[in-house]
Design a protein around this ligand. Structure first.
Ligand code: LLP
Length: 419
């Protein structure tokens, strides 16, 4: 459920008509609904209420906007970060250091040191090598690093190959059959407090079955590690719960997910940790764009919009579907191809799709763009970095400026020896 609705023939974000934002800020622009964000944060948190002891760390990568993080901080969320840049954002938004989990396969020594100094709650180690390096840095700083070992369970998440992370051939975690030995080695390494296991098998999962298989597998590993005499007090089950992108698609609900977790983990006796991203932020945003022109095509017309793959890369990168709707639909539809202005064919949002009839100058939105939207934007083709707006009832604010090409150009220089 979200708070983007047609009212008096015009698409609104909460109580605000989207044309008002387009006029004031220009397009393309991401628009987030605070009520939708808060609602999703609460629904997920409340669903997990059936579990005795849990912590939720929002996957910052899905939407790192400071205002978004601020809303989630107020809802009691921690943060799952994968760089010091994300960590600094989480701290700036008021998320306590203790609630921050540092994931990621390539944390640098400098990042590990900075995170130790900040006093974050947990490091999710991706390798034995990383653990030994962290231990050395921690000893040097006279700190103890609380860590979980990320295990690769070799389970097929059944999602797009580019966002699958839990198969043996993926770069993430330590191999399942080596995990117990690595756990034991790290547990006896000064500077580390090894407290559990972590897992994350992929993103945009449409079924709970692979998650259940992975959790069951890692639960067995937990028992084996305990049988070897080591403590396991924290189990991080990652993120990955998918959301519908097409009207009518049915996805597992947070309550179904929580019930499955409760069943699988009933006798684990640990603090459970979660790293949801998309399920919290996906539906909270739309990308507002304007039709530049409609160009005649073979078979179907090309609707050329002013948003491009640099603003929303998911269709180009993962063949992802985003519903595309007119801001002022008149009830008529046509079959069209929706593309951006960038000079490559991958800058295509939809082919041969039945959409609201549109003409030059019309406003439209890509739906479900709150997760992995603005955060993946870039400036390819020397385009601006797309701005972000948050709406709260009738109030709204620009929560990230449009970064103009001139600003980026100003950071470049021609060396003297080329002058
Ligand atoms: N935890 C870890 C360790 C992760 O790598 C991820 C996502 C998450 C949690 C959050 O997953 P979620 O709940 O959002 O599925 N750019 C892609 C998605 C990449 C996901 C990367 N990792 C997309 O646009 O579909």
């Amino acid at each position: 459920m979200d708070h983007f609705h047609i009212r008096d023939g015009v698409l609104h974000a909460e109580d605000l008509p989207l044309p008002a934002i387009a006029e004031a800020v220009g397009t393309p622009v991401y628009v987030y609904s605070r009520a939708t964000l808060t609602r999703h944060a609460r629904v997920f948190r409340d669903a997990l209420g059936v579990l005795p002891d849990k912590r939720i760390a929002f996957a910052v990568k899905s939407n790192p906007n400071l205002a978004v993080l601020r809303v989630l901080a107020a809802e009691g969320y921690g943060a799952d970060v994968v760089s010091v840049g994300e960590m600094e954002r989480a701290l700036a938004a008021g998320i306590p250091a203790e609630g921050i989990v540092f994931s990621g396969v390539g944390k640098t020594a400098a990042e590990l040191a900075r995170a130790l100094e900040a006093g974050i709650g947990q490091f999710n180690l991706e390798s034995e090598e990383e653990g030994l390096e962290l231990a050395e840095i921690a000893v040097g700083l006279d700190k103890i690093a609380a860590v979980a070992l990320r295990v690769n369970p070799d389970v097929d998440a059944g999602t797009h190959g580019k966002i699958s992370t839990g198969k043996a051939e993926n770069k993430f975690g330590v191999p399942f059959d080596r995990a117990a030995a690595i756990y034991a080695r790290l547990a006896s390494t000064p500077g580390l407090q090894v407290r559990g296991l972590a897992i994350h098998i992929g993103s945009q999962l449409s079924s709970l079955a692979p998650l259940e298989a992975a959790f069951t597998k890692i639960g067995g590993l937990m028992r084996a590690i305990r049988a070897g005499g080591h403590a396991v007090t924290h189990m991080d089950l990652g993120g990955g719960v998918g959301v519908p992108y097409k009207a009518g698609e049915v996805f597992p609900q947070p309550e179904d997910y929580a019930a499955m977790v409760a069943r699988v983990t009933a006798d684990w006796g640990v603090t459970l940790m979660f790293e949801p991203g998309r399920v919290i932020t996906g539906n909270t945003g739309v990308l507002v764009t304007q039709v530049v022109r409609v160009k005649e095509g073979v078979g179907a017309p090309w609707v050329v919009v002013d948003a491009a793959m640099n603003d929303l890369v998911r269709p180009a990168m993962y063949d992802a579907w985003h519903d595309f709707e007119a801001v002022r639909p008149d009830g008529e539809t046509f079959v069209a191809n929706v593309v951006g202005p960038i000079c490559e064919s991958s800058d295509t949002f939809a082919m041969g799709r039945t959409i609201d009839r549109m003409k030059r100058g019309d406003l439209a939105v890509f739906r479900t763009a709150g997760a992995y939207g603005a955060t993946m934007a870039n400036t390819y083709n020397s385009r601006p970095l797309v701005p972000e707006v948050m709406v709260d009832g009738e109030k709204w604010a620009v929560v990230a400026d449009r970064i103009e090409p001139a600003t980026i150009l100003a950071a470049e220089r021609v060396p003297e020896w080329l002058a």
